[in-house]
Every structure is written in structure tokens, then in C-alpha cells.
Design a protein around this ligand. Structure first.
Ligand code: ADP
Ligand code: MG
Length: 233
């Protein structure tokens, strides 16, 4: 009986997950199909063609991210430890999210203290900051400022992601990272922050969140094993 119960619970979790991700995948795919249909129109001016292709790419990337989050959650793979070039990875994340930021009239301000690397799974590091920065942009639907800053001390790096968005109540802050906890209705899965916390933990990192309703939110990450370029040589 006990085994059956465990099985039933597992099945339920899988079903819940399936329902949560299916719409998050379906939405961007539906949008991508719509724009591909527009692209099939022969007389489309080249400028529109480029714009639509950009949207299709962003929507497909968004669907891919949902799947990636799901995989990280359901099957935490063995870490592939490599040197992570912090600035390079954060720049890549910024580039992926630029169209979303533009759509929301969000201005991105990046300040990287210096070049350097930490050790960890590059793919997961990327995923972690994609999830966090995406949330920050989504917290500013009517525009705002996004600040991405890195600092370092002798052996650790601090990465700060700050937004001037809607902020969170202390109750919301408490529930951050709970599976399926989302205030975005059908637009959210509530998996993003859970994945962030699990990645940070796996990297022996630390994250602190400060938030004020109507003012904004700051995420401050620290990771050990930081090596500045200067010391590398
Ligand atoms: P989702 O984005 O799918 O809702 P997440 O796990 O990424 O799920 O985030 C969970 C919830 O945490 C969000 O729905 C939102 O309420 C809150 N949240 C996360 N980041 C921010 C932020 N920068 N500003 C305000 N609220 C946030
Ligand atoms: Mg999210």
C-alpha cells in the first residue's frame, strides 16, 4: 500500500508538472507558428522579415528554457565542472533577454568590476541568471531600470541583480523558490526560482534577496572559488 501511495504521489507530481509546463511551452510555440505563417507571405518587406525572425527565435528560446528548467528540476545531472567566465556568461544572458527588456521598456545597466572566473557548471550558471534576470524584467511591465553588477573580494565574487519593479511582500519573499509558486497566473510556472536556489546550492554559493513593494528587488549572489584574470597569469 505504501509503495502504491508513493507511486501515486509521484504520478501526481509529474502530472502537475506536465500541466504547468505544457502551457508555458505551448504559448511561445503558438506565437512562433503565428510569425512563421506571417513570414510565408511573399510580399513582406525585408525589414519586417528580420523583425519577425527575431521574434520567432526569441519564442523558441523561451520554450527551450522551460524544458531546460524542467530537466534541471526532474533530473539534476552530474555537474560538469569548468571555468566560468562570469562576464561572458552574463553578457550572453543579457543578449538573450534584450528583446524582452525592449518590449517592457526596461533599460539594462551593466557594470562588471573585472574579468575573472569561477568554477562550476557553465550551463547551470547561465540558466540560473537567465531565470533571475527574466523575473526582474517581468517585474517591470511598465518599464524601469535593471542593474547587473559584479564585485569581488579576495576569493569570492558577488553578482547583484537589481530591478525597480513591483517588488514582493514579506509573504511572497518567504514563498520564493517554492515549487509552482507563481503570481503570474497562466504566464508562470513557479519553477524558475526553485531551479535558481538549487543551482546556487550546488555551486556552494549564497543568495540574499531584499525587496520592497512598489520599489523593487535586489538579488545578491556570492560564489566562492573566484579567480581574477590577473592571478591566472
Ligand atoms: P514564475 O516566474 O514562473 O512566476 P519563478 O519561480 O521564477 O516563477 O518566480 C516565482 C515568483 O517570485 C514570481 O511569480 C514572482 O511573484 C516572484 N518574483 C521573482 N522574482 C521577482 C522580482 N524580481 N520582482 C518581483 N517578484 C519576483
Ligand atoms: Mg520566472
Amino acid at each position: 500500500i505504501r509503495e502504491n501511495l508513493v507511486r501515486a504521489e509521484k504520478l501526481e507530481a509529474v502530472e502537475q508538472m506536465g500541466a504547468a509546463i505544457s502551457h508555458e511551452i505551448r504559448n511561445p510555440l503558438t506565437a512562433a507558428i503565428g510569425f512563421v505563417q506571417l513570414l510565408q507571405e511573399q510580399r513582406l518587406p525585408p525589414r519586417k522579415r528580420v523583425e519577425y525572425l527575431g521574434i520567432v527565435k526569441a519564442e523558441l528560446e523561451s520554450a527551450e528554457q522551460v524544458i531546460q528548467n524542467y530537466l534541471t528540476f526532474s533530473k539534476p545531472s552530474l555537474d560538469k565542472i569548468e571555468e566560468i567566465n562570469v562576464k561572458k556568461e552574463l553578457m550572453q544572458v543579457m543578449n538573450i533577454l534584450k528583446p524582452t527588456a525592449n518590449q517592457n521598456s526596461v533599460e539594462i545597466n551593466a557594470h562588471f568590476a573585472l574579468l575573472g572566473s569561477i568554477k562550476g557548471d557553465r550551463q547551470k550558471f547561465h540558466q540560473c541568471f537567465l531565470n533571475v534576470i527574466k523575473n526582474s524584467i517581468e517585474a517591470m511591465p511598465r518599464g524601469g531600470q535593471l542593474y547587473i553588477e559584479t564585485h569581488y573580494s579576495s576569493s569570492q565574487i558577488t553578482i547583484e541583480i537589481k530591478d525597480t519593479g513591483v517588488g514582493m511582500t514579506s509573504d511572497q519573499l518567504q514563498r520564493l523558490g517554492e515549487p509552482y509558486y507563481s503570481t503570474k497566473g497562466s504566464k508562470g510556472t513557479g519553477l524558475g526560482m526553485m531551479v535558481v536556489f538549487s543551482i546556487v546550492r550546488a555551486m556552494d554559493g549564497n543568495v540574499r534577496v531584499k525587496s520592497e513593494v512598489g520599489k523593487g528587488t535586489v538579488f545578491r549572489f556570492t560564489f566562492p572559488n573566484f579567480k581574477s584574470k590577473i592571478h591566472n597569469e
